[in-house]
Each structure stands twice: as structure tokens, then as C-alpha cells.
Design a binder for this molecule. Structure first.
Ligand code: PLP
Length: 395
């Protein structure tokens, strides 16, 4: 018997991975080429060659006992310094080695921050739609996630809804841009408004409210778009970064937390994060993958592959008549459901062998998420199926 707390969170949850697995089952019946599985966010673009080259080099070069032994909980010093230098050069920031803490991807970083900041009943605001796991990270630490619904026409943060979500118990705000599930990149105007409200709320409540910028998709923005760097707008920003998507290595589990020295209560927060890494059982980010970053810190996958998918999908779907929010980043497209119940719409789509995730699974009812990290020919071949689905509703 599992805990009542966990059982309650399992009951009624929509598991995107289950939809993905269903897609695999359908593929075994109807043939892979006849299934259009847009359900999951697993990168389909190969990691840049330098990733494997460097891993081999590191294995040959480093002393095995040091390489495979326990590094410090916060990570290898040379790697942390390398990331601080890279960020300072790219974003004109002032990170020091102390403010860079290596983690097992963004997921563990978010759980670590929840453990660091939350007491029972404390609140974390996030902009909805949102990456559903936020709820698990917050609730596991006995906190409460408070979604602030974005403007339904632009999927940008809505200042009034955001402001109304605050309470004296608010400790953190989770922000994710480029966004999963919407593909939206929050504009500079949106970010400035968010920062202004947070500064006001910090003063009103008299305690720090940390802006946690969850940015696994930071470098996946299209058309030369610049993604505003959050620490430039709000002092108490903690960046959570992951190499899962920019290097296509989600199975390798490496990322970091970055904080400038000006972040409120800096030394104590670093101590809290370091302890949380141990208390939660992460111990340290994988040593070999950390060392690989010494040469790959500025590498990225070929994002033109995702951009090509995005362009074809957005144009084809809107030509058919679907209403889609133009996705500027990540590899997701958010499309309005053709019926009020988005889960039913996804079921209907399965009749055409299209698998998508219902927006409700991300706190965004009335929409569906189409993950276009799939081969280009899958996007091409799916278009007639999307047309048939549309015609079922509109003819
Ligand atoms: N945050 C967002 C918004 C995501 O989409 C994901 C993964 O899909 C994560 C965090 C977790 O990523 P990882 O733990 O692989 O770095």
C-alpha cells in the first residue's frame, strides 16, 4: 500500500507518458508510418557531435578514481567556474563560482528549491498553462501551487490574475519561457510587468519572493528571437537550467542552478540548496556529464530542424482552420480544442491516429498540446489526418 498522500495525487492525474505508450501500441497494430505521435517532449534531433567526442576524451583523460568518485555536492569547481564565465560573457551578469550549483537536470533543481524554501502551506505561483510536474515538486514539500492563468488569446502572463494570486505565504514564482506546453516566449513587456508586481509584493510582505526561471528551452527560440534573461529584470531571480533539450541528452541528467551574489540571503540559500541536494538523495549531478560541459557549454543541437517542423505545422493547421497560438520557442504548439472537453477532442483525434496531450493536463483547458519534436515526414504525413479531424467537426 502506498501513502495516502501519493495515492491522492495519482488518482485522476493524466499521464502524458501513457498517451505516448498508447501511440506505440497503435503503431504495432497499424504500422509506425500511420501513427502521428505528438504526445511527448522527447528530443528527436541528435546531440551535437562534440558531446560524444568530449565524453570519450574525458574518459581517456581524467583520472578514473576522481572522475567516477563523489564530487562535491554542488559539483566540480572547474565546471561551475566555466558555466559562470560563459553566462557572464553571454548575459553580462556577475555570477561567481559560489552561485553555480550543478544538478541532475531541471527537475531535480526545482525539487531542491522547493525543499529549500517551503514550509508547510507555503505557496508557489506559476503561470498557467504550466509543466504539470511543478505541482508534484511543490506538493511533495507540503506546499501549495497557485496557478495564475495567462491571457487566453496571447498566452502571455496576465498582470491582474498574477497580482491576485499573491498572499503572505507566497515564497516563489515559477516562470518558464520559452514555455512548455504553449511554445510562447514571454515578451520583455510581460517580464517587466511581472518584475514590477513582484518587487511591490516583496515590499508589501517584507520577505523575499524568489523568481525561479525554469529554462530548459532557453536556446530553442526561432526566427532570431531574443528570450529576455530574467535576472536582468528582477534581482531575486534564481535560474534553473538544463542541458536535456539544448544538447538532446535528457537521459543524462545534467543542469544547474544559477544565482548572482545579489540574490536575497545568498549564502544561506546556497547552504540550503547544498543540504537539500543531499537530503533529497540526489547527492550530486553525474560526474562524467558535468566534465563533458567543459567543452560543450556553448554547444546546441541544430534548432533549424525544430523550426522547420514548427513552420510547416503552424501554417498547415491554421490553413485548415485550426486556431493556434503562434509558437516562438520550445517544440510545442498549443491549439484550441474543437470541443469544450479537450480530453474528448484528443480521443477523437486518436481515431485519425493523431496523439496529442489535452491542455487540461497542463492547467490549460480548452487547448491541446502538439509536440513537434518528431521527424519532418511525420509532420508532413499528419496534415491530411488533421484535415479529416477538422472536417468531422466542421462539416
Ligand atoms: N521544466 C520544463 C518546463 C520541462 O518541460 C521539463 C522537461 O520536459 C523539465 C523542467 C525537466 O527537465 P529535465 O529534468 O530533463 O532537465
Amino acid at each position: 500500500m502506498i501513502s495516502k498522500r501519493l495515492q491522492a495525487s495519482l488518482d485522476g492525474s493524466v499521464c502524458i507518458r501513457d498517451i505516448f505508450e498508447e501511440g506505440k501500441k497503435l503503431a504495432s497494430i497499424y504500422g509506425q508510418e500511420n501513427i502521428f505521435n505528438f504526445s511527448i517532449g522527447n528530443p528527436n534531433v541528435a546531440p551535437p557531435a562534440i558531446v560524444n567526442e568530449t565524453l570519450k576524451e574525458v574518459l581517456d583523460r581524467e583520472d578514473p578514481l576522481t572522475l567516477h568518485g563523489y564530487p562535491a555536492n554542488v559539483g566540480h569547481p572547474d565546471v561551475r567556474q566555466c558555466i559562470a564565465d560563459y553566462l557572464n560573457q553571454r548575459y553580462h551578469t556577475r555570477y561567481t563560482i559560489d552561485g553555480i550549483i550543478m544538478t541532475s537536470g531541471a527537475a531535480s533543481a526545482l525539487a531542491i528549491l522547493c525543499n529549500t524554501f517551503l514550509d508547510q502551506g507555503d505557496e508557489v505561483i506559476t503561470f498557467a498553462p504550466y509543466f504539470w510536474e511543478y505541482k508534484s515538486y511543490v506538493e511533495t514539500m507540503y506546499g501549495k501551487l497557485v496557478p495564475a492563468l495567462c491571457d487566453q488569446n496571447t498566452l502571455q502572463p496576465d498582470p491582474a490574475t498574477f497580482e491576485a494570486a499573491f498572499s503572505p505565504k507566497t515564497r516563489m514564482v515559477f516562470i518558464n519561457t520559452p514555455n512548455n506546453p504553449t511554445g510562447a516566449v514571454y515578451t520583455e513587456a510581460s517580464i517587466k510587468k511581472v518584475a514590477e508586481i513582484m518587487e511591490r509584493k516583496e515590499k508589501e510582505y517584507g520577505h523575499p519572493i524568489y523568481l525561479v526561471s525554469d529554462e530548459p528551452y532557453r536556446l530553442l527560440a526561432y526566427g532570431g528571437l531574443t528570450v529576455p534573461y530574467l535576472p536582468h529584470y528582477y534581482k531575486d531571480t534564481i535560474v534553473v537550467y538544463s542541458y536535456s533539450k539544448t544538447l538532446s541528452i535528457p537521459g543524462e541528467r545534467v543542469g544547474y542552478i544559477a544565482m548572482e551574489g545579489s540574490v536575497a540571503d545568498f549564502a544561506n540559500v546556497v547552504a540550503g540548496i547544498t543540504a537539500s541536494i543531499r537530503y533529497l538523495g540526489y547527492v550530486n549531478a553525474p560526474s562524467l556529464q558535468q566534465k563533458m560541459l567543459l567543452k560543450c557549454v556553448d554547444a546546441t543541437v541544430d534548432i533549424s530542424i525544430y523550426e522547420k517542423n514548427r513552420d510547416l505545422l503552424y501554417k498547415s493547421l491554421t490553413d485548415i482552420g485550426y486556431e493556434c497560438i503562434h509558437p516562438d520557442g520550445a517544440f510545442y504548439l498549443f491549439m484550441r480544442s474543437l470541443e469544450p472537453d479537450d480530453a474528448k477532442f484528443c480521443d477523437r483525434a486518436k481515431e485519425e491516429k493523431i496523439l496529442m496531450a489535452p491542455g487540461t493536463a497542463f492547467g490549460g483547458p480548452g487547448f491541446v498540446r502538439v509536440s513537434y519534436c518528431v521527424p519532418y515526414d511525420v509532420v508532413q504525413r499528419s496534415i491530411p489526418a488533421f484535415k479529416r479531424l477538422y472536417d468531422k467537426y466542421k462539416k
